[in-house]
Design a protein. Structure first.
Length: 201
């Protein structure tokens, strides 16, 4: 009888000890936040998607963003951005979400989309610096904005060809459309410019 009681007591004590150990382990995990992930594991880097475009300058989500479904790179602020396709053709489009005065560097950009739209569509004025060799040969309009200034820092070339207009400058609430070329080489097949054209390059 005594032996049976001893075995029962021993079993109960063993069970209580195991339960205490399990509770202690759970408490430590909760306090330390240990989820089983090794502390030296390297997180997977997150890369923003910009389609065929490479953008330098500014911050993704704040100054620009890309819509993969529409294949549109949208510029959201006046922060200076450099955009390139590295000379490779793309059907993607560049839009400026204004009204604002946008500051963009086109560097070896080649747009050849067939959507009947404005492929660089800026809702405001555009201060454009041309770097390298750039070509926009599209269905619709090449560049469509209120005002275009090609900056004196421009050293490259830009050829605009659209089935509607290569260049369309129709103005906005701040004034009529105007073209000012201070540097670089700009050529276009057809233009709709509501205001003045000044070339000092």
């Amino acid at each position: 009888m005594r032996k049976g009681i001893k075995k029962l007591v021993s079993g109960i004590l063993s069970g209580l000890l195991l339960l205490t150990l399990l509770q202690t382990g759970m408490s430590v995990q909760a306090e330390t936040g240990d989820t089983g992930v090794q502390p030296n594991s390297t997180p997977v880097p997150y890369t923003e998607n910009t389609g065929d475009f490479t953008v330098t300058g500014g911050t993704y989500g704040t100054d620009y963003e890309y819509d993969e479904n529409r294949d549109v790179l949208t510029i959201k602020t006046d922060t200076k951005l450099t955009i390139t396709t590295n000379g490779k053709p793309t059907a993607g489009m560049i839009w400026g979400q204004g009204p604002a005065e946008f500051n963009i560097v086109l560097q070896d950009v080649y747009l050849n989309g067939t959507r009947n739209d404005s492929h660089i569509n800026i809702f405001g004025g555009l201060n454009l610096t041309i770097s390298g060799t750039n070509k926009i040969d599209v269905t619709g309009n090449g560049i469509d904005c209120a005002r275009l200034i090609v900056t004196a820092d421009s050293k490259g070339s830009l050829v605009l060809a659209g089935t509607a207009f290569g260049l369309r400058l129709v103005g906005d609430m701040f004034g009529s459309g105007s073209l000012t070329v201070k540097g670089g080489t700009l050529a276009y097949n057809k233009a709709d410019i509501s205001g003045t054209t000044t070339v000092t390059a």
